[in-house]
Design a protein around this ligand. Structure first.
Ligand SMILES: [Zn+2]
Ligand SMILES: [Zn+2]
Length: 166
């Protein structure tokens, strides 16, 4: 797992939104689905998953915009209200939508720190993107038991329990 050290801040293009990460990510997704391709205008999205309370807003506010997803559960994208750069997204995640933020790795001041742990939805991977033989990759989504570390599975389970309580 990658370590965020001194360069754990990020922000939007205009500088209005600045944030800080206070832990290492639960996992980093490289998503090759068609939605991510459409949203980024590129071949994939790179998202680092953090517990929402491990992402501190240092300045600015975000606008949250809902967009549809194939699952029907929808996605909320947090954007800078001024330059409209997407900073993070929230997904359904089995009911813990508001507790996990998918930080767009490219918004970190040093995005080099967080390469992907796993490639997902490779069934729509653009043909010129070549993965390495050792890369963990799934045609669609993955099984948490086989993909997340045991420590992070415990965090996920406690968040799911909390969501059921509410
Ligand atoms: Zn901005
Ligand atoms: Zn995607």
């Amino acid at each position: 797992m990658k370590k965020l050290t001194d360069s754990n801040e990020g922000g939007c293009a205009c500088g209005y939104v600045r944030y800080k990460i206070i832990s290492n990510p639960l996992i980093v997704h490289c998503c090759h689905c068609r939605n991510c391709q459409r949203q980024t205008g590129a071949a994939f999205a790179l998202n680092a998953l953090f517990e929402a309370n491990h992402v501190e807003l240092l300045s600015g506010t975000v606008n949250e915009i809902g967009v549809p997803t194939p699952s029907g559960e929808g996605q909320t994208i947090a954007r800078c209200p001024k330059c409209e750069i997407a900073i993070w997204s929230n997904y359904f995640m089995g009911g813990i939508k508001d507790m996990i933020r998918f930080i767009r790795v490219g918004t970190l001041d040093n995005p080099d720190l967080l390469p992907p742990d796993v490639h997902i939805y490779t069934m729509s991977k653009q043909p010129w993107v070549n993965l390495l033989p050792d890369d963990l990759a799934f045609e669609e989504y993955y099984d948490y038991e086989k993909t997340w570390t045991s420590e992070n599975r415990k965090i996920r389970k406690s968040l799911l329990a909390k969501a059921l309580d509410e």
